[in-house]
Design a protein around this ligand. Structure first.
Ligand code: ADP
Ligand code: MG
Length: 263
C-alpha cells in the first residue's frame, strides 16, 4: 500500500481537534427548487477536514439532492457552496477540480459492466487525471487489497456479489485521490449479509481521516462512526448534533418522531 492510498488527512491536521479545523465544505443558505417543489430550504452546513457527517431523514426529504449539490451533480438557485476553498460555480475548470476531489458512491454501484474490475478502477485516474498507466495499475491493485478483494481484479462486475461490487465502487472513487467522499445510501441495495462488509470498509476509511458525508439508514454506523448527524425533513436540516446528542437527547419533535419510527 502506498502512503497516499491510506492517508487522507495529513499529520498536521490530524493533530488539530475537529472544532478548530478549517471547514472543507461550507454550504451557506442554499436553496433549490425542482419546478414548484422547494426541495432544499436555507441549508447551512460546515464540514471540517476529516469529519464524518451522517445524513438521516425520511424518504423524499432531500438527502440525495443535497449531497448531489456538493459535487455539482445538481445546481442550486440560491446560496453558495465552497469546497476546499473553491466556490461551486458555472466555471467549468473549477467544476472539474471539485469533481476530481469529490468521490461519490451511489446506492446502485454503477460499474461499467463490460470492463474488468481493474479497468473500472483505472479508467478515471488514467483519462481524467492523466496519471501513467503503470502507476495507476499498481494503485488499483493496492486499493482492491485495501477493500479486501484483490483476487477479483480480472473479473467482470456481473461475476461479483453486490457487496463486492460496492467495495469496487469505493475503490474506484478512492483511485482519484479525492479529498471528500460522498455516499448516498451505499448499503440500501444490498442483501443484509453483505451490508457489514461495505460498512467495515467505510469505517476503515473514516479512520484514515477522510472527510465523509454519508446518507444512510444504518443507525449503528451513524452512531459509531459519525462525528455529527444531520437530520433532514422536508428539505430542511431540522436538527444537528453528535450521535449522543441526537439519539439520546433529541430536541425537535420531528427528530423524536423520526427516531421512534426507525429505532
Ligand atoms: P431523499 O434522498 O431524501 O429520499 P430526494 O433528494 O431524492 O430525497 O428527493 C427530494 C424531493 O425532490 C422528492 O419529493 C423527490 O420526488 C423530488 N425530486 C428528486 N429529484 C427530482 C428531479 N430530478 N426532478 C423533480 N423532482 C425531484
Ligand atoms: Mg435518496
Amino acid at each position: 500500500q502506498t502512503e497516499e492510498t491510506t492517508t487522507a488527512l495529513d499529520a498536521f491536521d490530524s493533530d488539530i481537534p475537529l472544532a478548530e479545523r478549517e471547514p472543507i465544505i461550507t454550504c451557506d443558505s442554499i436553496n433549490k427548487w425542482f419546478g414548484d417543489l422547494h426541495v432544499l430550504k436555507d441549508v447551512n452546513l460546515e464540514v471540517k477536514r476529516g469529519e464524518v457527517i451522517c445524513v438521516l431523514g425520511p424518504s423524499g426529504s432531500g438527502k440525495s439532492t443535497f449531497i448531489r449539490t456538493l459535487n455539482g451533480l445538481e445546481d442550486i438557485q440560491q446560496g453558495s457552496i465552497t469546497i476546499d476553498g473553491t466556490s461551486l460555480s458555472d466555471d467549468i475548470k473549477e467544476m472539474d477540480k471539485i469533481r476530481r476531489e469529490t468521490g461519490m458512491v451511489f446506492q446502485q454501484f454503477n460499474l461499467f459492466p463490460h470492463m474488468t474490475i481493474k479497468k473500472n478502477i483505472m479508467l478515471s485516474p488514467m483519462w481524467v487525471r492523466k496519471w501513467p498507466k503503470a502507476e495507476v495499475e499498481k494503485k488499483a491493485l493496492a486499493l482492491l487489497e485495501r477493500v479486501g478483494i484483490p483476487e477479483q481484479a480480472n473479473k467482470y462486475p456481473g461475476q461479483l456479489s453486490g457487496g463486492q461490487q460496492q467495495r469496487v465502487a469505493i475503490a474506484r472513487a478512492l483511485a482519484m485521490e479525492p479529498k471528500i467522499m460522498l455516499f448516498d445510501e451505499p448499503t440500501s441495495a444490498l442483501d443484509p449479509e453483505m451490508i457489514k462488509e461495505v460498512l467495515d470498509v467505510m469505517k476503515e476509511l473514516a479512520k484514515t481521516g477522510m472527510t465523509m458525508v454519508v446518507v444512510t439508514h444504518e443507525m449503528n454506523f451513524a452512531q459509531e462512526v459519525g462525528d455529527r448527524i444531520i437530520l433532514f425533513d422536508q428539505g430542511e436540516i431540522i436538527e444537528t448534533g453528535t450521535p449522543t446528542e441526537l439519539f439520546e437527547n433529541p430536541k425537535h419533535e420531528r427528530t423524536k418522531l423520526f427516531l421512534s419510527q426507525i429505532l
